[in-house]
Design a binder for this molecule. Structure first.
Ligand code: PMP
Length: 354
């Protein structure tokens, strides 16, 4: 054993470090390119409302701690989702809500149900917490199949990352009811809900359901790390015990409030993204590419193994899904950017498809 190096938790030997995608700068340098577009992280490339940027910039008291769970933002989120304030909790992104959820519910050896392919951080957290992982099967449209489960925590992502599909209400209802019988919790991740035709928010009425949302996607504020959850009233105080004392900075709080004040801006960018999502879906499908219908701000495709690398050489960074459990070589997720980004992607993709 190395002297002076304390042993870390044993579970970390099974956890892989987060692998961020290649940056624009890296790809420019590596391939000597002038123009590189990144469509790999499901960001809203139209950016946030200019009013949010202004609100962010107009705060100078950086030496003061922010409020812990800012009332005004909670009030505004309550109006936006139509759920009482006493059922809303804020954290640093959905990532923060997820971490808190594991801290509240998971004891060593508990079972967590996850349905691959899905958001990789679920696996990371389950592994860190020494949970047993139960894998729920998906059908050919990537929807979770009707299933029996009595795990401690089931994670449902709708629309699902990376496949873009919604989960079926009747299947979710069955899972929620079964989990209730065995004191299990259902976590519904709606990171991409603003791009979707349907939400699972109605399930928020169950005492064992948590619905998580974010300002990172449709609102274009990924860098500010603003997430929230709609939780049963009894659960809010448990979240307040485990969430870090000051999860959001005041510039982030102010930007989120301004973004909600200018909701039309968000909606107009979402409409443009949805329109282009359908345009790209149609064009690629007509070219014979296996691309799946999506309710999010990205499309999932089954392509040739070297597709990502070849696209990168031409200046487009997309997400190679090989690292997602349940995906195979050639599986690709492309984020829908601004119209000009999407045109650039299409031009290069068509060059490759031939
Ligand atoms: N859930 C899903 C399904 C995601 O795709 C992401 C972002 N990649 C997150 C949660 C994390 O979101 P946030 O930025 O709010 O932490």
């Amino acid at each position: 054993m190395d002297m002076g190096k304390p042993r870390v938790r044993a579970s970390l030997s099974r956890v892989k470090e987060y692998q961020p995608g290649k940056s624009v700068e890296f790809v420019k340098k590596k391939y000597g390119l002038e123009k590189v577009v990144k469509l790999a992280s499901n960001e809203n490339l139209y950016g946030p409302s200019p009013k949010a940027v202004e609100a962010f910039k107009n705060f100078e008291d950086l030496h003061l701690y922010p409020p812990s769970q800012p009332e005004e933002l909670i009030e505004r989120i309550s109006e936006y989702v139509g759920v009482e304030e006493k059922r809303i909790i804020l954290a640093a992104g959905i990532d923060g809500i997820l971490e808190a959820t594991f801290d509240i519910f998971l004891e060593k050896g508990d079972t967590v149900s996850i349905s691959p392919p899905t958001f990789p951080y679920y696996f990371t957290l389950a592994t860190i917490h020494d949970a047993k992982i139960e894998r729920l099967a998906r059908n050919e449209n990537f929807q979770i199949k009707p299933t029996k489960t009595n795990s401690k925590l089931t994670l449902i992502c709708s629309p699902n990352n990376p496949t873009g599909n919604l989960e079926r209400c009747e299947v979710v209802r069955e899972i929620v009811r079964e989990m209730a019988e065995s004191d299990g919790v259902v976590f519904i991740d709606e990171a991409y809900v603003e791009f979707a035709s349907q939400s699972l928010l109605d399930f928020a009425d169950y005492e064992n359901v948590i619905i998580a949302r974010t300002f990172s996607k449709a609102f274009g504020l990924a860098n500010l790390r603003i997430g929230y959850a709609i939780v049963p009233e009894w659960l809010r105080k448990e979240y307040l015990k485990v969430i870090s004392p000051f999860p959001l900075s005041t510039p982030a709080i102010k930007a989120a409030i301004a973004a909600l004040d200018d909701i039309e801006y968000m909606r107009s960018t979402v409409e443009r993204i949805k329109k282009d999502r359908e345009r790209i879906f149609r064009i690629l499908s007509n070219l014979g590419v296996k691309v799946f219908p999506s309710e999010a701000n990205f499309l999932f495709m089954r392509t040739k193994p070297d597709f990502c690398e070849e696209l990168m050489k031409r200046g487009v960074i997309v997400r190679d899904c090989l690292a997602f459990e349940g995906c195979k070589e050639g599986d690709v997720r492309v984020s829908i950017g601004r119209e000009e980004d999407n045109d650039f992607f299409l031009e290069k993709a068509i060059e490759l498809i031939g």
